[in-house]
Design a protein. Structure first.
Length: 251
C-alpha cells in the first residue's frame, strides 16, 4: 500500500488548494477490520476527496462507473487503486444479473479482508438531501454481510453547490471539462489564493443498524441510510467564487 499512500498524499495536497477537509470520527479507522464504506454522493469530486483521505488510514477499493475507465489518466489511477468497474445498468434482466455479479464481487472482497467503497445512491444527488430511492446494491451486500465485517457510514457535507455538483444546472458535469476548469482556476488564483470550500466528512460505525434494517427489506434499509445522510437537515447550495479578486460568488 506504500505507493498508494504516497500518491494519495500528493493528491490531498493538490485538492487542498480548493478544499479544506475536516474529518470527524476518523479514529474508528484505526481498527483493522474488513469494512464496507457507504458515503453519500454530493458531487463528482467527492470520490477523489474521499479516497485520498481514506488512504491515510486504510487501503480501499472503490466501485466506479465504467465511463471513468475511458479517461486515460483517470483509468491509470483507478487501476492503481484496484477499483471495480461498474457497468451502466439498464432496467433489464441483464441489468439484474450484472448487479448480482457485482454484489458477489463485493462480498468476496470483504470475506478476503479487503475494504470496499460503495455509493448506495449510485448517482449524484439532485438536491440538498440524499435520496437512495429503490437502489439495491448496498442493501443486498448488507443483507449478506460476511461475519466480522464492519459497515461505516460516511456523511459528506459542503460540496452541494460545487461546480462538480448538479446544483447549478441540474445535470451531472462533464468530468474532463470540469477538471480542466479546476486546473485553470487554481492557476488563475496564483496557486495560493484559491477561494477554499469547507468540506466535512463524518465517519460512523452503523453495522448493527445496517444489518437490522437490511433484514427488514430494501425500503427500510434505504430509508435508514437516507436518515443517516440527512440527519443535519437539508443542505443549502454554496456557490463559492472562483477568483479571489472578483466580487460575488461563482459555483
Amino acid at each position: 500500500m506504500g505507493y498508494k499512500k504516497v500518491v494519495a498524499a500528493f493528491y490531498r495536497g493538490v485538492l487542498s488548494a480548493r478544499y479544506r477537509v475536516r474529518l470527524e470520527g476518523a479514529g474508528l479507522l484505526a481498527e483493522r477490520r474488513a469494512t464496507l464504506f457507504l458515503p453519500n454522493h454530493q458531487a463528482s469530486v467527492d470520490p477523489q476527496i474521499v479516497c485520498s483521505q481514506l488512504l491515510r488510514y486504510v487501503d480501499v477499493s472503490p466501485l466506479v462507473t465504467e465511463g471513468y475507465f475511458k479517461i486515460p489518466l483517470v483509468a491509470q489511477v483507478l487501476h492503481l487503486m484496484n477499483a471495480v468497474r461498474v457497468p451502466v445498468l439498464e432496467k433489464s434482466r441483464r441489468g439484474v444479473e450484472i448487479v448480482a455479479g457485482l454484489n458477489r464481487v463485493v462480498i468476496d472482497a470483504l470475506v478476503a479482508g479487503h475494504n470496499v467503497l460503495l455509493y448506495p445512491a449510485g448517482q449524484l444527488t439532485n438536491g440538498g438531501l440524499e435520496r437512495v430511492g429503490n437502489k439495491q446494491g448496498a442493501w443486498q451486500v448488507c443483507h449478506q454481510l460476511p461475519e466480522g465485517t464492519r459497515v461505516v457510514g460516511m456523511r459528506i457535507r459542503g460540496l452541494w453547490g460545487s461546480m462538480w455538483s448538479r446544483a447549478k444546472t441540474g445535470r451531472s458535469p462533464n468530468f474532463a471539462w470540469t477538471y480542466l476548469k479546476g486546473i485553470f482556476y487554481v492557476l488563475a488564483n496564483l496557486l495560493f489564493f484559491v477561494p477554499r470550500r469547507d468540506v466535512t466528512i463524518t465517519f460512523e460505525d452503523i453495522t448493527d443498524d445496517a444489518v437490522r434494517y437490511a433484514a427488514e427489506g430494501r425500503q427500510p434499509f434505504n430509508r435508514f441510510l437516507e436518515s443517516f445522510y440527512n440527519a443535519p437537515g437539508e443542505e443549502q447550495p454554496l456557490f463559492l467564487k472562483h477568483f479571489f479578486y472578483v466580487r460575488g460568488r461563482g459555483y
